[in-house]
Design a protein around this ligand. Sequence first.
Ligand code: CAA
Length: 240
Amino acid sequence: MSRVALVTGGSRGIGAAISVALKNAGYTVAANYAGNDEAAAKFSAETGIKTYKWSVAEYDACVEGIARVEADLGPVDVLVNNAGITRDAPFHKMTREQWKEVMDTNLSGLFNMTHPLWPGMRERKFGRVISISSINGQKGQFGQANYSAAKAGDIGFTKALAQEGARSGITVNVICPGYIATEMVMAVPEKVRESIISTIPVGRLGEPEDIARCVVFLASDEAGFITGSTLTANGGQYLT
Ligand code: CAA
């Protein structure tokens, strides 16, 4: 029986590449998404990966959504917390709404998804929790006080939970992508984006597959000794 992997925000951008890479590695994959029905339907038709709609920002919706996935596919062995949003603004212009939306999805989303799955992983003595943070959670970014705070929180969450999961065969790791060629990064004004690319030593944006490969590795049995780690994939833009 193949293992079941659940990828949040799994039908677009980095998440879509992760869903496909896990499927190609032999997992049964469920891709969660929050809003874009059209993109999800297209993704499902192209890949054969089932998609499930709910918002990771709402705990009850996560409980209900996970129950649907597990009824269809069986217990979730691998959780990839990938769903994330930006609401960029310089702090003096940032609204409480922009702060809250980003915190609810990018930080509380990890609690909302991991908490319902945790007891099952503990019981079965196996689990992989892999969260997608960001270079901007490590170094901070002008215009992203909300996003950088949430993404830094994802790293702390990982380090704490890794210690709790270890004795139950659950590894908890976080990946910090740099700037990857997705819609999110393409939404940054072109001049700003060009100046960012000029600071990336490899001289280009990353590809979603660069991150997907990291996920496949961390999900594997061979990565069982790696927990609580922060895996940086940013083309050398920020060295920790
Ligand atoms: N450092 C210092 N000053 C900066 C700056 C920077 N990085 N960026 C902008 N400024 C300055 C501007 O030069 C401007 O100064 P002046 O008024 O003196 O000209 C001032 O800040 C205000 O700038 P804007 O008029 O552009 O302000 P705005 O409200 O229109 O937009 C912004 C600000 C939304 C933050 C815009 O600059 C922006 O989108 N920046 C990119 C933020 C970014 O990198 N987001 C990452 C998105 S991708 C992602 O998040 C994925 C991931 O994980 C990597």
